[in-house]
Write a protein that binds this ligand. Sequence first.
Ligand code: URA
Length: 254
Amino acid sequence: MAQLRLDKYLADMGIGTRSQIKEAAKKGRIQVNGQTEKKTDRKITPGDDQVIMDGQVIGYVHMEYYMLNKPQGVVSATEDRKYQTVVDLIADRQRKDLFPVGRLDIDTEGLLLITNDGELAHRLLSPAHHVDKQYYALVEGELPADAVSQMEQGVTLEDGTVTRPARLELLPEKEGEFTKTLLTIHEGKFHQVKRMFEALGCKVVFLKRLSMGNLVLDPELETGAYRPLTEGEIKNLRNCSIGLRTCCADRKKT
Ligand code: URA
């Protein structure tokens, strides 16, 4: 891996700001390869050089990828004055520059990818790639008899926007008077799923994202829990985001 400055190395790992790191170095709290290092512009080769601060070895992690089962009441942001953020939930994170790939509403649950891989995020969110996203939506109100075909043709939202074709599946069992549905969309407009059902005269009372491209929410993950992605999941997502065929097996249907 390419070399980087000692202060960037430590700042990337969330140890502190560059000026705090400079102070710590001045006080002799940092060692590189067993020698006290006071110059924070000194170059480090991650993996080759050993960096210790206050007696603790600080390894360097270039990229992190986590799958979070987002709970309600948490915002899809990196910081917020009022609410806990999805990044705050990743207690084991090492990088300080993690962010959520896309947004789920505060009352939406389910799959959220948290990473610092800006390139992958950009490709996954880019309208050019229109990566599929599948949601479980519990819906109040009578769906029109032709709801499936309306969604398939694209619906007109309240602001006049026409959505791309989406795939609606009505699940056989009911929950009280609510209808259980699965909706797969290929874009990411603000409140898109809720607005699409509104266009059909219904209200979403519960929403959970189940998949994004070929990344599927791990059923073992409790609401609010997270885990690192596997190497395979990362590789598949990369393929998916550059449009290889491992993604979106049902694309041709819509
Ligand atoms: N569509 C919505 O309406 N809300 C979300 O959180 C995600 C998709």
